[in-house]
Design a protein around this ligand. Sequence first.
Ligand code: PFF
Length: 449
Amino acid sequence: MKNMSNTKNGFTSKLGFVFAAAGSAVGLGNIWRFPYLAAKYGGGIFLLVYILLAVTFGFALMVTEIAIGRKTGKSAVKAFAALDKRFSFIGYIASAVPIIIFPYYCVIGGWVIKYLTVYLTGQGVEAAADGYFDSFISAPISPIVFTCIFIFITAVIVLMGVQKGIEKVSTIMMPVLVLLAIAIAIYSITLDGAWEGFMYYIKPNFADFSIKTVVAAMGQMFYSMSLAMGIMITYGSYMRKEDNIETSVHQIEIFDTAVAFFAGMMIVPAVYAFSGGDKDALNQGAGLMFVTLPKVFETMYGGKIIGAVFFVLVLLAALTSSISLMETIVSIFSDKLKVKRQVICIAVMLISAAVAVPSSLGYGVWSNVQLLGRSILDFFDFISNNIMLPITALLTCIFVGYVIKPKAIEEEVELSGKFRLKKLVRIMIPYVCPVFLVVILISSIIGYV
Ligand code: PFF
């Protein structure tokens, strides 16, 4: 994003904007997080709730954030301040989220690098064996080394200001990732016993519905679409006035949801195939993708090469997201401190690496440390996605709904054409979303769901 801010006019085309925003949105959230949540929280019913939330709530919030950014031409903290000084605190809360997410995001990024090296060094068979993943993440040193490599790569890209180049590469790679995911997904459902899993994944079963499904789907939606953390405000601030916000949001959402959908389709049916539909296997949580995919690749013709290509693409998707996370953190501090950007970059890199260590150790030597009944990484994930994101979203909805009023958003969107779903936003932001968010927050806090 630094490069963007250097370019006075921001994005030079609508597609440029869509790809950059999609680069931030599509990442580990889609490929690693979505499938394990879908597996755990009811399969088809989770998918249905997620899609319903994405096309209503997610749509309204993304339009709102991009419009705020474009209207003010500023990133989160300054954007809220520019609209109403009293509410700049919302920008601060939003900006705190990437600071919490970034370190543990890098732990998962490290796992991706590990698996990439596994496939590049021809150890795909070993990786498919039971217990391989557990013995990797429970080791004290190796996962931390991979995490540090991931943070280092991200930091070098941000330091050198070559984000644009990475975004270009990933613009080309992203469609390849989607096609590969579709191919693997189709292969997965042909595995013996996978059909039942496929049905579990796409057919909503209302008996599986619970408030946990909604809480999880909601947190996932914010996370996956990079919402309620100031990111889309910043991207909006670089968007040209003549580009259509509404159609851009549709494109970003469709792309983001499609990647998540196919990632789930690669993994959930395969879990059934390899476990015989054992519920415990569906409940594995954060390790699901890393345990399941090597087994899929092992049975596949050319699986070793496909595995390597797959992890390269996932790494790229993870990097475009981690870059946008780190950029945000660096710009928050560069705005506030009179210190060189390079120094801030290095400080963020070192501090994030230190903060990532407990998240990594939480799966091994510190597995007895439980926070709210969760491992350390899961705790950060829970606090950011299920508590902080709904709070920021709630404050944003109240601010837009009752302080600046939805009209301000509508006018901004209408600068570039007709606003087809204006009514949806007008109802969602002031009325539906706040009520919904309060319910979600209460159940999240009471039940530690
Ligand atoms: N949306 C990203 C994903 O789904 O992986 C995660 C993310 C990236 C969140 C960048 C926040 C962000 F600033």
